[in-house]
Design a protein around this ligand. Structure first.
Ligand code: WTA
Length: 647
């Protein structure tokens, strides 16, 4: 561990003097957040305008008997009013969104006043289509301003949005629409990524064959392609927009009213609808955005995440807009038209704060420094990382080549379930260690435990739990409160279990080591191995499948699938391709298996349980130490797998 300590990068002095909190302020705020939560949150929750102020801080227990989570419960507010209306007097003409299309010649800007009007119009259109408070609205959109507009419009009228990433297949979309019974789907004719069209509306049409609950589809014209429109069901946004007034009174919502559902993968079963509520989530998103990115009026902020993921919810839409920030929203990919794209955007819009994922950095790093160096990047002052552990090599590249050793890097660990950043750096307060997400955010109490739940103190490595509730914590799994409790609070009773492994060093810094459950992280996207398995076994030729993660230079983890074919089916490259296409079709391109290993049999215990530990080792190419295989029903299966690897 000494090596890490010698790598410590101290807080640059100009940051220590300019930041909202310096090291002493950070320590004091953290202390108060835990020791005097009432006073702490009284102050910090003022980052949000309340219609009716809260009087009761929280009522949150992780114990089975009185399990339930509530924050600021008797307060009322409206999220869209916080993100828009309250900025109008001082910042109405300030740019809220600078949109940059996939095609570099396409740009749009919207001021806070423009955005307010668009959101009001969109909210009125939602109402025209019969949407009311509590209804679910599925949003399946490219990265265009209307995606944020649709989300904010839902929050304005109290509808619950469920954003589905545009890279998911019609099948995956249908499952997510059905699970929460959406009545309305918002989409676009198509999206553009890397010069290619993504046929969003056509995918919706496919999905809706299985979704009787959907009465209406609202389509934004973006690419400008001709589409079949179903009479009575399908509406063009530009048509409704003409009739929709640019004013709409925001609904007064209780702090614990649902704000959104976002589906995410777990270690078992189908994706879970993570539910976030109004007051606690907004305070958490806005407060963390404020301290972690140290945003100042006039600065340009850019989070490169898609709104289909939680990072896009908290750090493209709700956090920055609640704080009145000016931000870039980018439709495309880092490699199109060439590998300079990110940095060209930084120069064009004079971006000061850039927040991205390690997988993109690794991909760009491979292409060579010249793509970065031919741009100026002199506007950059702060860099962020999210989604997966950043390996020290990528960190150093980010620091040295992108930021020219001038820009602090904030590594932010968090999850869909946690709403916003939980363990994170802060530019003026926390010295950096490459590869460590550093210290807990105010109000977050991490704990490391061993496999038996024994608490590990001081320097230790174990499973990461959080022992106390925080405002942005998810409140339930949509439609399955029991599953919420079972998934997160039963492994280590009385604690929220994150599913991540973690090490704490002698300075109290946290180092996330990756998932310890059956969730894998492919290019920063969460994927349940069970989901890929169930897609594979749904194929007529497949008898059985087991999926594990494998190390991947760019993606962090790749998908390694062991497949046993039905008797009489012969393994071939053709079948392999068929299966790869099948998984893409069932889930989407992000679930494309990297390796399909045809396995005559899978290693199972005598009780029939697949021993994934062994499958992981073989996938990693580490067969020298497979551990105890004596409990296998047929230990020879393992030799068979090792022998057929790479066939
Ligand atoms: C991983 C994304 C290390 C982690 C915000 C977590 C990270 C999962 C980091 C959640 C980080 C996210 N360092 N690992 N800075 N950020 N992770 O729900 O394994 O898409 O459990 O939320 O990503 O992924 P999710």
């Amino acid at each position: 561990m000494g090596a890490y300590v010698s790598n410590l990068r101290s807080v640059p002095s100009e940051w220590a003097s300019r930041a909202y909190v310096d090291a002493a302020g950070h320590a004091e705020k953290y202390r108060r957040s835990v020791a005097e939560p009432e006073a702490f949150w009284r102050e910090e929750s003022a980052c949000v305008d309340w219609i009716k102020p809260w009087t009761k801080l929280s009522d949150s227990s992780f114990e089975e008997t009185d399990f339930g989570i509530q924050w600021f419960a008797d307060g009322t507010l409206n999220v869209s009013a916080n993100c828009l209306d309250r900025h109008l007097t001082e910042r109405g003409d300030t740019i809220a969104i600078i949109w940059e299309g996939d095609d570099p010649s396409q740009q749009r800007t919207l001021t806070y006043r423009d955005l307010h009007q668009e959101v009001c119009r969109f909210a009125n259109a939602l109402k025209m289509l019969g949407t009311t408070k509590g209804d679910r609205v599925t949003i399946y959109m490219p990265m265009i301003p209307e995606a944020a507009v649709a989300m904010l419009a839902c929050s304005r009228i109290g509808a619950i949005h469920s954003v589905v990433f545009g890279g998911f297949s019609p099948e995956a979309l249908a499952g997510r629409i059905q699970d929460c019974d959406s009545k309305l789907v918002v989409t676009a004719d198509a999206g553009m990524r890397g010069g290619k069209q993504v046929p969003l509306k056509a995918n919706v049409d496919q999905a809706l064959k299985h979704c009787p609950s959907v009465a209406a589809v609202l389509t934004v014209r973006h690419v400008g392609i001709d589409l079949p429109m179903a009479e009575g069901r399908d509406h063009w946004w530009h048509n409704l927009r003409e009739r929709a007034l640019p004013e709409c009174t925001p609904e007064e919502m209780a702090a614990e009213d649902p704000l959104f559902i976002l589906y995410t993968s777990g270690s078992t079963g189908k994706p879970k609808g993570v539910l976030h509520t109004t007051g606690g989530y907004l305070v958490w998103a806005a407060m963390t955005h404020h301290y972690v990115f140290d945003y100042r009026p006039g600065e340009v902020y850019w989070c490169a995440a898609d709104i289909g993921w939680i990072t896009g919810h908290s750090y493209v839409v709700y956090g920055p807009l609640a704080n009145g920030a000016t931000q870039v929203m980018f439709e495309g990919v880092p490699s199109y038209p060439d590998h300079s794209r990110f940095w060209q955007i930084v120069d064009r819009h004079q971006v000061n704060i850039f927040y991205g994922a390690p997988t993109a950095l690794r991909a760009l790093m491979r292409e060579g420094d010249e793509w970065v160096q031919k741009t100026s990047r002199s506007s950059l002052r702060l860099l962020g990382s999210v989604g997966e552990p950043i390996n020290p090599e990528a960190w150093e590249w980010y620091w040295r080549v992108v930021g020219e050793e001038r820009c602090p890097i904030v590594d932010t660990w968090w999850q869909t379930e946690t709403g916003a950043a939980m363990i994170t750096g802060m530019p003026g307060a926390v010295a950096m260690k490459p590869g460590s997400a550093s210290l807990p955010m105010f109000g977050v109490v991490p704990q490391l435990v061993d496999g038996d739940g024994k608490v590990l103190d001081d320097t230790a490595e174990g499973n990461l739990c959080i022992t106390q509730s925080w405002p942005g914590q998810m409140r339930t799994v949509w439609g399955d409160h029991k599953r919420f409790f079972q998934t997160y609070f039963t492994t280590y009773p009385g604690k929220y279990f994150t599913g991540d492994g973690c090490r704490r060093d002698e300075d109290g810094y946290y180092w996330i080591t990756g998932r310890v459950d059956d969730v894998i992280n492919v290019s920063g996207h969460r994927m349940g191995t069970a989901e890929v398995e169930s897609a594979l076994v749904a194929h007529a030729k497949v008898a059985e499948a087991a999926v594990v993660g494998m190390p991947h230079e760019i993606k962090g983890q790749g998908i390694y699938a062991y497949v046993t074919l039905n008797a009489g089916e012969a393994a071939s490259d053709k079948v392999r391709q068929e299966l790869v296409h099948w998984v893409r079709h069932e889930i989407g391109p992000i679930a494309t298996p990297d390796v399909i290993h045809f396995a005559p049999a899978l290693p199972k215990t005598r009780s029939g349980k697949i021993m994934r530990r062994i499958l992981r080792k073989i996938a990693e190419g580490d067969t020298s130490n497979l551990g105890d295989i004596s409990t296998l029903a047929d230990p020879l299966v393992v030799d068979g797998l090792i022998a057929t690897k790479g066939d």
